[in-house]
Every structure is written in structure tokens, then in C-alpha cells.
Design a protein around this ligand. Sequence first.
Ligand code: GAP
Length: 539
Amino acid sequence: MPTKIDMAKFAKFCKDMGFIYQSSEIYGGINGFWDYGPLGVELKKNIKEAWWQDMVRNPPPGPDGQEIRMVGLDCAIIMNPKVWVASGHVGGFADPMMDCKASKKRYRADQLEALSADAGGKTVYFAYPKGDDEAQKVAGKKAKKANAKPGATVAVMSIPDLIAALPIIVGPDVEEAGTLTEPRAFNLMFESHAGPIASEENKVYLRPETAQGIFANYRNVLDSTRLKLPFGIAQVGKAFRNEINPRNFTFRSREFEQMEIEFFCHPAESMKWYEYWRDLRKKWYSTLGVKSENLVPREQGKEELAHYSIGTTDIEYMFPFSDEPQELEGVAHRGDFDLKAHSAPPPKGSGNDKLNYFDEERWNADSAGRSTNSFKEWLKTSPPAADVEKYQFTPHVIEPSAGADRFTLAVLCEAYTEDEVPDAKGNKETRVVMKFHPRLAPIKAAIFPLVNKDGMPEKAMALYRSLKPHFNVFFDDKGAVGRRYRRQDEAGTPFCITIDGDTLKDDTVTIRDRDTLKQERVPISQVRATIERALTPGC
Ligand code: GAP
């Protein structure tokens, strides 16, 4: 993988193995919601822990070799709804919108009508905005030109119909079919009510991203940590979006987890940090076993950029359900959009004018020749704005925003391998093996007594108990050893440790490598160190 695979077959494999189940399956399921099974929950936890360890606790040095300062947050999912007004999620953008990749125009999906026509035996739709007579005439002319048989019908297409017909719809302002994007509502937020009465005043939203909790706490973090620019605030947590068209297994879900960093820096240094995070984030996926050729960083075109973004690079992955690479993570240069939005006067923002940064070090360094050392006093002398901005400004923000579920899906796709191995009699048999990076593997090692006698089970159980406090390990004494290996290969366990007759004589065990199938004999006392070595981060 990832060569093309049948996603239905793959989803079944994930279910059979206990990676991912459809949510509420016993009631017929619910579209866009997924549950992680016993192996899946370990895998996703390992992904989130690796991210936290490598990005928050131990990030690599910055572009100039400097230490990077990172702290974490864990914010409530429900926030004051005014947060979502300031962020731009509420108001103005609540409709399902479609973009035309060729004309760069945007249309309300629920207001497009189309003439359906039979052009040379094939159905083609010519779309135009409802109620726009001129546009309807143009659509009619285009249909005629395309040799459509007259008598074409006029239909308001429902959104599912529009989505299904996208490749054969000619947009209102173009001549070719297939240039309209899927409808996407900007405000995809799930609503609820805080308090006993379901009234408009009590309306709240389930957060559609973890980022805004970070911006809303910017001042709290600065005041409680006394961090100096540049620094990052990270958060891992659930986000909810009422996606119009959840699809491709967990790829686009309505409930998912994000791993987001908001990295605050001086505006003059923002491009340097943007490039740093873009390159680091791509590299991180490679260190966890994703092949470079399956990772495609793509700079978004100006027309694609979100309302807050100065520049965004999508790190895309060749998911096996698509011919085109698909977004795994977005690294966005958000400029000062968010801090300025939240500090704007009410009703648009909170009116908190402290969402800026005072560069105390620079202020003190420039003290020579100044009549006062108090910044407040100095402001009273009405210095030029450019001078004030040298010391007090709104930081710029670089945001690497990754999806924990999306990366879990990518890891599952990347790991899935079918190969041939010899069975006990030397005949070739096909095995499914999940080639997870050992750091991400749900089970790190399985411990087997070769046979259930001669003290081997006791010795194996003792080893299992000694490893259990350190790693997720599995004890298996059921069935032939070959069968036990297969089960662990399917679960993606990197090491299988067998206690045999020699163990009883010299305290050594065999460690079988999942990928090379090589068996190495090592003293029991070195088993823990062998596993630990494989789990050492390599970022
Ligand atoms: N704060 C910026 C932000 O949320 P985004 O590109 O909308 O940006 C960031 O989302 C990441 O979250 C995506 O790259 C993807 O990994 C994940 N994500 C977004 N929507 C998702 C969905 N419906 N299902 C699963 N993951 C999703």
C-alpha cells in the first residue's frame, strides 16, 4: 500500500481486526461517525503521543538552531459562542458553496439549477443560478452548441444529486464540465444549548477546530508562563463538523480529532517560521514510516486560501481510494487575523486590547537616551506609530493543523501489506502484515511459550509481566506458533518473543522481526532494551 484498494474490503479488514468500527452499527450505524476498537485505540493513542512528544515536549531546534518553546492546552469543546463570531465561523458563510476551479467564481449550491441535456448519447448538465434569466439563456445556448437535443429539462438539483453529477456539470461561467467543486458550507458547526431551555440565547456550538481555544487563551498563557516570542501553543482534541458529504471511511468524518499548533512569532520572522514548520511537519510523517513518495506538499493557490490565510501548504498523502493526493495536514500562515479578530471591539470581538505582545527585551535594550523607562509613560509622548510597533505589536501565527484520525487512516493504509511467507512445511502462503512503525504499533511485542509444558508457560508469563509496565505487550499460548505469528502480523506487532527449550537452559529467547522474519537469539535480560531501541524517536 498504498496501491489502489477496495475501501469496503479494507474497512472490513479494519473491523475484523478491531481497528475501526462503524459507530452505533447495531442500530444501522450513523454516517460520518466511527469508533476505534482495541487495536485502533492503541494506534491512535500512539499517534497522538508521538506528536505531543516530538512537537511539544521535545521539538527539534528552530531554523537558526535555537531551542523552541512549546506549551500545551486542553480547552473545553463548548466555548462562548462569541468566539465563533469573531473567528468568522458564524455569520455570512453559513451556506453550502461551490467554487468553480476555472472561472474562480463561487455559487450557492442550493441555488443552482441545471438544464439536463442529451449530448451525443451522454447526459450533460448546464448549470445557472436560479432566477437569473440571462444565465439560463446562456446555459440553453451552451446546451445547443454541445449538440444537446432540445427539450432539455430544467431541474433544481438536490445537493446529493449535484455531488453525484459533478464530472458532467458545466458550470455557469465556463464551457467545460467538471470544474465545480463539491459544495462546502463554511458554517458546519453542530449546535446545542447550554442550560435547561433550548432558546436562541442559550445556543452553543461544538467547536469545529481546536485552534480558537488557543487564541482565546493567548493572554492567559502569556501571563501565566511569561513566555517570550517566538513560542507555540499546542492542543489535541475533538472537533465536530456537520460535513455535507462524509466519505472515504474515516477520511471525512463529522467527529474527529485534531492536533494543532499555533506558533506565535514576530511578523518579520513569520516566513522563516512558516517554511520551518512546513518542512518539519512533512519530515515528521516520514520518520513514522510514511514513504516520502506518498507525501506531497502542495502550496494552495490564492483562490483556495481560507479567509484567514496569507499562505497555506497542504501536506497531502496518496490515499489508496483516490487518484489524487489528499490533505493530511494544512500548514497555514494566519498572519495576525485571529488575535486581531478576538481583540476587535464588541460585538465582533472581545475588545481585549491585550492580545498583542510587548517586547520587553528590545525595549530595555534601547533604553539609552530615553527620558523614561516606563513604556506607558513613553506612549504619552505620542511617539510615531512605527516606533511603537518596534516594541508592541500583534504577533503573526503559523498553524500546523493535523488530523489525528486522518493520519491514523494514512498509517493503516501505509502499513497494509500482503506478502508471501513459508509456512511450517516450507510451502508459500499469503499473509497480511501491518507494517507499522514500532512507535505506532498497537502491540509492541507478543510473548509465546513454544509449548505449554516443561515450565515454558511460567517463564513466558514472567517475561510478559516484566515487560507489561513498560509497553503494551501480549501473551499468547494458544495454537501452533505459526498461527500465533500470523495473528500478530495482522495486528502489526513488530516483535514476537518465543520461550523454548534453550531458554530454560541458558535464559535466552528468540526475537522474531515482523518484517524481515529473522529470528535473533538474545538474553532475556536484553529484551526490554531491544524493544526500547526500536521505539526511540527519530525526528
Ligand atoms: N484550524 C485550521 C483547520 O482546522 P482544516 O484544514 O479545516 O484547518 C485541519 O483542518 C486538519 O483537520 C485537516 O488537514 C485534516 O487532517 C483534519 N480534518 C479536517 N476536517 C476533517 C474531517 N471532516 N474529518 C477528518 N479530519 C478532518
